[in-house]
Design a protein. Sequence first.
Length: 416
Amino acid sequence: MKIEINHLAKMEGHASFLGALEEGNIAQAKIITEEGVRLVEGCLLGKSMYDAHIITMRICGICPIVHNLTAIKAMEDALDIKVSAQTIRLRKLMELAQLIHSHSMHLYFLSLPDFVNNEETLKLLKRYPKQAQIALRLREFGNSLNEVIGGRAIHPINNWLGGFKVTPKEDELKEIEDNLKSILKDAIIQAKFFAKLKYPKFNRETEFVTLSSDKEYAIYDGKIMTSNGMKYRVTEFNRKMQEVDDGEAMAKRALWYNSHFMVGALARVNNHGNLLNKEAKAIWQKTHKKKKVFNTYYNVLAQAVEVVHCVEEVENILKSLNVKKEKPVKYKVKAGIGIASVEAPRGILIHRYEIDSKGRIKQADVITPTVMFLGNLEDDLAKLLPSIKSLTPKARRNRIRTLIRAYDPCISCATH
């Protein structure tokens, strides 16, 4: 039996699916990337170190903030730049805003149709107008916060090596803080709505890989942790992880000790859900208690729970943030190698650069979350296919699309 889906809609970028069942049991599944390789890493060679965070955030229009932050952190690592505590907290706010914006868009506009009879967007808006308004308000909140701190909502211009060009205005941050009660209420309503959806039954044990910190639900910094509790410095993880070409595929696949692995919201909640903020933890544990969840359809609910956590964390940071005017710290340009990682909405993002004594980029390597989880997604699909062989062709295709979209793939990032 051959299963082919020529266009996977409602996801970032262009891809298709090709699957096959032999004798009803042995399954093969492949995500075909329909975009050409964009060669961003090659475009960076010979450029100034100040261009990395400007160019790489153009890789994706949905998650530019995390590329911006990771590139800056990697260059600061190469130059041994230590930024202020205030700069770190402001950057964390930017990343929290990025997760709120990206997750909310994916939840309502991309994934929800799969759980309600695959309804078209206009019909969906009429059926769930309250949830639509909430999703839009949450997206706008994320954009507004990044505009205040980064100078622009989409491609920030204020974040820089060593700090911020201009210190965000305290009255604008206060205005954000004043709106948090209503925003948190929206996030909780959204998460509880997604908690009530009927998720398809599915189970396949896999390795979950995330950033990790003993002090907080890590998104900005920390060691990289696997679900068996092992922790690695980013340099060590990057050295041991294999990024492999997969035939004629435009996107690579990642391997950890010759196995695929999962990154993203579900991985984060599984690895350190105990560090979620109060309201977010309560929603997740009401559904799953403290058990690890190997049903990757629940990545959707994990995203909704993370939105609640992120809004709570924005509130925690703003309550204790006393903004003082600061200039970026001073540093000397020198030759060096730098690497950094943050948690993008879809999982771990790694940037690594080598620069010469004049600050020119000699080598650039960007490893995106979608590259990390594509192999795991295909393994999930291969496990799924035999269980849905008796469904009608339409129902079978819908179940496949639902699983793929639950991962929230970003093909633009994968083919950078």
